[in-house]
Ligand binder design. Structure first.
Ligand SMILES: Cc1cc2nc3c(=O)[nH]c(=O)nc-3n(C[C@H](O)[C@H](O)[C@H](O)COP(=O)(O)OP(=O)(O)OC[C@H]3O[C@@H](n4cnc5c(N)ncnc54)[C@H](O)[C@@H]3O)c2cc1C
Ligand SMILES: NC(=O)c1ccc[n+]([C@@H]2O[C@H](COP(=O)([O-])OP(=O)(O)OC[C@H]3O[C@@H](n4cnc5c(N)ncnc54)[C@H](O)[C@@H]3O)[C@@H](O)[C@H]2O)c1
Length: 453
């Protein structure tokens, strides 16, 4: 059986949903293929439910600080409120009728099923083959990477899929991996009274960020009662029906927990989507694209599958560029110099552009500065919860910032100005002569700029 379309979009997470909707609104005949829920990982099992948990946890953390700043506060944490909000308000019970309705209202032909490339501009879903006159957009996202730890595969471990559906918190949780998923969940579960241990194989948490960011995250988690183990790799896992035992290198006694969350990174299944049929390597870790998101003749890729930063804002940014290219509209091509990242721990740890090490590895002449938030007026006023810093990475020869980290209360919001500076290559001298409102958290950027000299 064969059908025709202008464009077939495979996978309708944030990237594919944006491409399909925009192309249909521009008048193209678009088939959107989705194997699970329209919206993908972000609204159902990732960004949105995790940030709902964190919002609830933040209110608990602040209530505890109110006891120092304002008087007696009595709060008894109730995870049921969080689970209800995720189920009822955020995910509609993990039902995508609203998102699917929005997409079909734009004119997208929604096809439920698993798409597979069978040749250039051709996608099979079950028995039906769709011929795409203009081409195919791959937006199939990523899935949890399960490390090859002895015994792990046979145990009922959790991934982000399970953790977002938790109705009752376990008494204890082992977290394998100290990246953004691991640290965000570890902290919020600890706030609600769960005994959490993070096992990170690398030297520090949040290894893609500045070393100071990883150290800050570890200190914050420890202060909230999380046991943080770094430089420790899991070697063997067992489950005895009641709980997990994880043996780590060099230790006789295992770590124990009622549940185990695997948060060890993401991977893609290129063989499963049939990329060999269009001449791509099915064993590769991503689908490489050019700056217009082209992955081949009549083939585009957007989102996690491209391997350049697994974030929803990256998927939708790339989607905009792919849409422009498919419609033949002139416009800027993909530029990842000012990619922002925010890990929503307390304190929030946000960064843009290059770390100091990355800048040095690129051969830049680098100057850096670091200013603690508690040395600023606003940090002092804030009191408890004022941990954090602003770190700047400047390219001395061009006189611009190439990277920055803003960690602290509202660190993700403070990042915005720094992201503009890196993106637009605003001269450091110009940033130094701006007016910074007093007493804000972002005003800590000013002494950091001055310390660059
Ligand atoms: C716990 C967690 C928290 C996160 N928090 C944040 C955050 O706060 N901010 C942020 O920016 N990012 C966050 N992320 C990352 C973010 O979720 C992803 O970067 C984003 O969802 C990627 O979008 P995507 O369109 O590439 O793919 P996905 O969201 O993975 O969607 C891909 C879709 O393709 C479908 N699909 C796959 N294969 C096929 C096939 N063969 N045929 C048809 N359909 C298929 C899938 O069912 C899925 O619906 C988080 C991730 C996790 C795991
Ligand atoms: N706030 C956000 O924007 C946000 C939140 C969550 C996730 N994300 C996205 O999702 C992606 C995936 O997140 P993640 O935390 O799963 O992955 P990650 O790759 O960032 O971190 C995984 C960590 O697990 C460790 N690890 C791997 N195998 C191990 C083992 N056997 N023993 C001990 N440690 C091991 C790694 O050293 C690494 O530090 C992120 O890169 C990010 O792009 C974003």
């Amino acid at each position: 059986m064969g059908e025709q379309a202008d464009v077939v979009v495979v996978g309708l997470g944030p990237g594919g949903e944006h491409v399909a909707g925009a192309l249909a609104e521009a008048g193209l005949d678009v088939v959107g293929v989705e194997a699970e829920l329209v919206g993908g990982e972000c609204p159902y099992w990732a960004c949105v439910p995790s940030k709902i948990m964190i919002r609830a946890g933040n209110s608990l953390a602040e209530a505890r600080r109110a006891a120092i700043l304002a008087g007696t506060v009595e709060v008894s944490a109730d995870w049921g409120r969080v689970a209800d909000r995720i189920r009822e308000e955020a995910t509609d019970g993990w039902n995508d009728r609203a998102a699917a309705g929005r997409l079909t209202a734009k004119g997208v032909r929604l096809v439920r099923g698993r798409g597979r490339l069978t040749g250039p501009r051709r996608v099979a879903v079950g028995e039906t083959v769709y011929e795409a006159r203009r081409g195919v957009v791959l937006a199939t996202g990523s899935r949890p990477r399960i490390p090859a730890v002895d015994g792990l595969a046979a145990t009922p471990y959790w991934t982000n899929r399970d953790v977002m559906k938790v109705e009752q918190l376990p008494a204890s949780l082992l977290v394998l991996g100290g990246g953004p998923v691991g640290v965000e969940i570890a902290q919020v579960f600890a706030w609600f009274g769960c005994a959490v241990t993070v096992i990170e194989g690398g030297e520090r948490l949040l290894s893609r960020e500045e070393p100071e960011a990883g150290e800050l995250a570890a200190a914050a988690l420890r202060a909230d009662g999380v046991s943080v183990l770094t430089g420790v790799r899991a070697e063997r896992v067992e489950h005895d029906g009641a709980g997990f035992a994880v043996w780590v290198q060099g230790e006789q006694e295992p770590l124990r927990g009622q549940r185990l969350l695997v948060a060890a990174g993401r991977g893609v299944d290129l063989a499963g989507i049939g990329v060999a049929a269009v001449g791509l390597d099915p064993a590769a870790r991503s689908v490489p694209t050019d700056a217009r998101m082209r992955a081949g003749d009549g083939l585009w890729a957007v989102g996690d599958i491209t391997g350049v930063g697994a974030f929803t804002h990256m998927a939708t940014y790339q989607a905009q560029i792919a849409v422009g290219d498919i419609l033949g509209r002139p416009g800027p091509t993909a530029d990842y110099r000012a990619l922002p990242r925010v890990t929503f721990t307390d304190p929030e740890i946000a960064a843009v552009g290059l770390t100091e090490q990355q800048a040095r590895e690129q051969g830049l002449r680098v100057r850096t500065s670091l200013v603690p938030i508690d040395s600023s007026t606003r940090g002092f006023i804030h009191g408890p919860g004022n941990d954090g810093f602003v770190k700047l990475v400047a390219d001395v020869d061009r006189g611009v910032l190439v990277g920055a980290t803003s960690a602290g209360p509202a660190g993700g919001e403070v990042l915005y100005g720094l992201a503009v500076a890196v993106h637009a290559q605003v001269p450091v001298t110009s940033l130094q002569h701006m007016i910074y409102a007093y007493p804000t958290f972002h005003r800590a950027v000013l002494p950091a700029l001055e310390a660059l000299h």
